[in-house]
Design a binder for this molecule. Structure first.
Ligand code: SAH
Length: 395
């Protein structure tokens, strides 16, 4: 039996059910486990703490499948985990009004390295670690069985796979190839999603509830949606009665889809404007032209990919939030996000506070936001929490 033995004293986080073992915690690897193979995890004294997936190339050489030594990591194990993930979403209030959600949220669903998103009749799978890569054929078959649909598409085209010794990959896994654009809906608003060529698995499902929360402040207003991707926040705002929205994104294909989403929903073309370009430049230009808005949404990409990027990321978050404040009419609403896991909620709040100060504006927090409920966070795995947002009234 292949096993990974931990250094003395390095079993604490595993006993606290944190699912990662870092390379610095490993004393010895017994046997010759292949990448992705299951290994017994042993404390220094020899006590077995559970089972994990071995990944020799990774800075995280073991990700735990189970904290119970009696578990058999086999087909039945994965069937049960997938069924549990599906069942956990069956009665979620947040999902009553949509046909697209995250079905498997990796570590937080007991399946480290595996993400599965459901878009209507299609599934999109993202494998980011050696464990689920090893079990890939089994996982695909089980998904077809547990969640019958039209097809399963893979979007494991992730640079982080290199850190696991895996190369990026995408393509058809099972059934039919998804059409060039799929249609999903969030409440009354319909979206076209490109699961093959779009960002992430095609759509930012984690922001579903927040689009509705922000939309609640949009009625009759003029909305600026910064980092709009395919128009999410802007379209929900229009559905909630916003007068007009300006969508800004650097990705031309995303804005082309935003434009199509506008007509798909029957919104008059003059209610939306689409601007391709660098948000930082475009916001400065709009500010200098004297444009002002009732609601500004700022949903940037992950500025801090690693902890080392934090200082630079903090400056970018502050700059864009300062511009956001300056672009609001007095009493307007700022809805701002960070999806950088390395940036903690308290620091993010401090950055937004500094941004408001620099803009010479007085701001209060109305609401605090996080990822939607189909992206649960395992309590013992704080790394799973990455998205945070604030809705602020800016005087
Ligand atoms: N709010 C969106 C998701 C935004 S993701 C939604 O609800 O669907 C972040 C977006 O920022 C991506 O679409 C990316 O293309 C865009 N982006 C990244 N850097 C940018 C920049 N410097 N200027 C403008 N857009 C940028």
């Amino acid at each position: 039996m292949a096993a990974v033995v931990l250094k003395a004293g390095r079993d604490k986080s595993i006993r606290r059910r944190h699912p990662w073992i870092f390379s610095g915690a490993v004393a010895e690897v017994r046997g010759k486990p292949e990448p992705g193979e299951s290994v017994a995890v042993l404390a220094a004294g020899g006590e077995q703490l559970g089972w994990g997936a071995y990944s020799p190339a990774s800075g995280i050489p073991v990700r735990m499948w189970s904290f119970d030594p009696a578990t058999q990591v086999d087909r039945t194990f994965f069937r049960e985990r997938l069924r549990a993930a599906v069942a956990a979403r069956a009665n979620l209030p947040a999902l009553c009004h949509t046909d697209a959600w995250r079905l498997v949220n990796a570590e937080s669903d007991g399946l480290p390295g595996l993400v599965v998103d459901r878009y209507g009749e299609y599934l999109v799978v993202q494998i980011s670690a050696a464990g689920p890569e090893h079990w890939r054929p089994v996982l695909v078959e089980l998904l077809g069985e547990v969640v019958p649909g039209r097809g399963i598409w893979e979007r494991s085209d992730l640079a982080i796979r290199n850190r696991e010794g895996l190369s990026p990959r995408s393509g058809l896994m099972l059934g039919n190839q998804p059409p060039p654009v799929l249609e999903i809906h969030e409440g009354p608003v319909r979206f076209l999603v490109d699961v093959v060529g779009g960002q992430k698995t095609g759509f930012y499902l984690d922001q579903r509830e927040n689009r509705a929360r922000a939309g609640a402040y949009a009625a009759d207003g003029r909305v600026l949606n910064v980092f709009s991707y395919t128009g999410g926040f802007g379209l929900v705002a229009l559905g909630a009665g916003a007068r007009a929205v300006t969508q800004i994104d650097a990705a031309e294909p995303a804005l082309a889809l935003a434009q199509r989403n506008l007509s798909l929903n029957g919104f008059a073309p003059e209610r939306a404007e689409h601007r391709v370009g660098n948000a930082f430049d475009l916001l400065r230009r709009l500010r200098d032209q004297g444009e002002r808005y009732d609601l500004v949404v700022i949903d940037p990409p992950k500025f801090a990919e690693t902890a080392a990027h934090l200082p630079k990321a903090a400056r970018a978050y502050k700059d864009v939030n300062m511009l956001g404040c300056q672009l609001l009419r007095p009493g307007g609403v700022l809805c701002t996000f960070s999806c950088s896991g390395h940036l903690e909620t308290t620091l993010f709040q401090k950055i937004v506070a500094d941004a408001a100060l620099d803009a010479g504006r007085h701001a209060v927090i109305l609401e605090r936001l996080g990822a939607a409920a189909d992206h649960p966070v395992l309590l013992s795995f704080p790394e799973g929490e990455y998205l945070k947002g604030l809705i602020c009234r800016v005087a």
